[in-house]
Design a protein around this ligand. Structure first.
Ligand SMILES: Cc1cc2nc3c(=O)[nH]c(=O)nc-3n(C[C@H](O)[C@H](O)[C@H](O)COP(=O)(O)OP(=O)(O)OC[C@H]3O[C@@H](n4cnc5c(N)ncnc54)[C@H](O)[C@@H]3O)c2cc1C
Length: 646
């Protein structure tokens, strides 16, 4: 058992009852328990969440009930629970990929007749794997509202790989579907937008940091990029001298230390401090690199260890001559692995396709077809998700507020699960229960757990992110400005990308600049300068308290400013906006700057957190503190195995 003090620092904000520390304001303070979300019933004709625009992701209505439970006010005015009389072999809390995969694995053991209920607080299944569907005239345009692709820093486990294959996804066939030369054929290149507030002037410049290719398969190689960048970038002379120094290999900035000693030093200092204090580069360079790790960690280089930056291939380390291989405390995302890099597949709706394939397998009538490509255009029939005769049922808009054994956990034969939906509190019973929801939720709904386990669960922060999709009338402005991907380190959204040109299963991506396209805009809601967990907590508050109108204004203003010179007019060219707000985004991954236990080894909080108790097992990507789909699958598999052992 891990001594509590070892991760006391990490757990500074983990008092499960400390609502301020959890950092999410209730949206209905003091009000009566609202109806779970005032959403339509999923069995009504026309119920089709993927085509909803506006505020999606953790949409309005999905979190309020749980926030009231957290704030200790839910039970005071809760209605009397209604016993539905329903009884299942397994109830799963959370309909993300982990919950859906748990249902899949349970059926492998218990058979296809096993009765399973999945309870999900969102209006759609899939969790972070969310499909955004748009119409532009006759054309359908898909976007990923969250989970973008099959990819992971380490190779998929045999378990995760075999599930992907069983679903019919042929990962090595990805190059067949992506048009890797499309954007290059129009002269589009990755660029950096320098903004006036941060760099003194608004200017779009070729991206001298981009390494020429990435796993998405697009051909971006440009041998001259760095030279052109240095000519065009609005940087001072000092910064222009510093920039090539980042890549030079003739100076060891940590002389006299062995490779291991250097790695140990780098694990304890942020990349920003390494650049400033060890290399002495100018502040402008630090500002330029600040947002580089946003897509990976939801924080900037102020909160990423220099050792991790080295692993990611960021510049500044060539002269240190570090031995290949990770040092102690290196983040798993930063350990290069060729096999893992090759295992990549992007569906137009991201990993929502995995969720949809799982649902099709669990409830065949809900989504037609029989291949991983025909599912891309197949429309889900939500009225089929929760039908009494079906052995597997998915009940949306249902927030689980309590799970408790009927009797002592060691000997009970059943668990009672209480959920709130449509203003009513209801109970179901099950022989087994998998909690595939976020770990921070579990201490509030599973009172039987020990304090140590609750603390470990509550330490699983979530990383707040915005994944916004903008349907544009065309992409002629991108063509004129010769770009497809813009890194904008000083702006509200720090990356703006044209959709990946993937055509599959009859779905056709935009091929000509005058065709409608989805543009993806990402923001990490971070607060540079603070410890990562504090940044995430503050970011969650910011995302929950920002209105759609503000998000929309930020999107329009940023696009107008960046693309205006290409003739872009937001009033004319923006057709739809979907803001996927994820205050509870990525699973928090341990960080050698802030999590002492991660440097020292030994039992990790997630290992304490995921221990089974009685008839209840715990899944979700949080269970291995690793923000990837393979983790969500692996943890579902482990949870189901644990149930079968009890
Ligand atoms: C914006 C974004 C982009 C990502 N991109 C990638 C990527 O490209 N590749 C990758 O591998 N991973 C990616 N991830 C990581 C992603 O989290 C995992 O891949 C995976 O989808 C996690 O699945 P999960 O089931 O563990 O969690 P989730 O998807 O979070 O599902 C858990 C579900 O439980 C529900 N829940 C919580 N509390 C309750 C309750 N009380 N009652 C009922 N339901 C409840 C939640 O609302 C949620 O729907 C991304 C994550 C985010 C946020």
């Amino acid at each position: 058992m891990i001594p509590a003090e070892m991760w006391a620092a990490a757990a500074a904000d983990i008092d499960p009852l400390n609502t301020e520390a959890q950092g999410v304001g209730s949206q209905n303070p003091g009000s009566q328990n609202p109806g779970s979300q005032n959403l339509e019933a999923q069995n009504l004709a026309g119920y089709y969440p993927p085509s909803k625009t506006g505020l999606r992701g953790d949409h309005v209505g999905c979190s309020e009930t749980m926030h009231r439970v957290r704030d200790g006010v839910f039970w005071a005015d809760a209605p009397k629970a209604i016993e539905t009389g329903e009884s299942y072999d397994l109830v799963i809390v959370g309909g993300g990929i982990s919950g859906l995969a748990a249902a899949h694995f349970f059926r492998k053991v218990a058979g296809e007749k096993a009765r399973i209920l999945i309870l999900e607080n969102h209006d759609d299944f899939g969790g972070h794997a969310k499909r955004n569907e748009f119409r532009a005239g006759n054309a359908m345009r898909l976007g990923f509202g969250g989970t973008y692709s099959i990819e992971s820093p380490a190779p998929y486990s045999a378990t995760a790989k075999s599930l992907i294959e069983e679903l019919g996804i042929d990962v090595p066939s990805y190059p067949k579907y992506v048009d890797k030369n499309l954007y290059r054929s129009f002269g589009l290149k990755p660029r950096i937008f320098f903004d006036k507030e941060t760099f003194g002037t608004d200017k779009l410049v070729i991206n001298g940091l981009h390494q020429g290719s990435d796993e998405s398969g697009l051909n971006d190689h440009d041998a001259d990029a760095r030279t052109i960048f240095l000519k065009e970038a609005p940087l001072t002379d000092k910064a222009k001298l510093d920039f090539p120094r980042l890549f030079a290999s003739d100076r060891d900035y940590l002389p006299g230390l062995s490779s291991d000693e250097k790695k140990a030093r780098l694990a304890r200092i942020s990349y920003a401090r390494y650049l400033a204090e060890v290399m002495g580069v100018s502040d402008e360079i630090i500002k330029l690199l600040q947002a580089f790790p946003h897509p990976l960690f939801g924080v900037g280089i102020d909160a990423v260890a220099a050792q991790d930056a080295w692993g990611l291939g960021l510049p500044g380390f060539a002269g240190l001559k570090l031995e290949p291989g990770p040092g102690k405390g290196m983040n798993r995302d930063c350990i290069p692995n060729e096999e893992a890099e090759r295992y990549f597949f992007h569906f137009p709706d991201g990993n929502a396709t995995i969720a949809r394939l799982l649902v099709r397998q669990l409830i065949p009538g809900a989504i037609s077809g029989n291949s991983a490509s025909d599912v891309v255009l197949a429309k889900a029939d939500y009225s089929k998700l929760d039908e009494a005769p079906s052995p597997v049922r998915i009940r949306l808009n249902s927030t689980v507020v309590k799970v408790q054994h009927r009797g002592a956990p060691e000997s009970a034969k059943e668990v009672e699960i209480t959920y709130f939906s449509d203003k009513a509190l209801k109970t179901v019973r099950a022989a087994n229960c998998v909690l595939a929801c976020w770990h921070v939720v579990i201490p509030y709904i599973a009172s039987e757990l020990s304090v140590a386990q609750k603390q470990a669960l509550a330490s699983a922060q979530k990383v707040p992110l915005l994944y916004n999709n903008v349907l544009m009338r065309n992409w002629t402005a991108f063509q004129k400005l010769e770009t497809r991907a813009i890194y904008c380190p000083g702006m509200y959204h720090t990356s703006v990308n044209l959709d990946l040109p993937v055509s599959i299963g009859g779905y056709e991506c935009a091929k000509k600049p005058d065709e409608p396209i989805v543009v993806h805009m990402m923001k990490a809601a971070c607060h540079p300068g603070k410890p990562a967990r504090d940044q995430h907590r503050l970011g969650r508050i910011a995302l929950y308290s920002t209105t759609f109108e503000t998000y929309e204004r930020n999107i329009r203003e940023q696009l107008a400013r960046m693309l205006g010179a290409g003739g872009f007019d937001p009033a004319r060219d923006i057709l739809e906006i979907t803001v996927n707000r994820w205050p509870h985004g990525y699973a928090y991954e341990y960080n050698s700057l802030f999590d002492q236990f991660w440097l020292e080894g030994g039992e990790q909080p997630c290992q304490v957190a995921r221990k089974p108790f009685g008839r209840i097992a715990i899944a979700n990507a949080d269970a291995d503190a690793y923000a990837y789909t393979d983790c969500a699958i692996d943890q579902a598999y482990r949870a189901v195995r644990e149930l079968n052992r009890s």
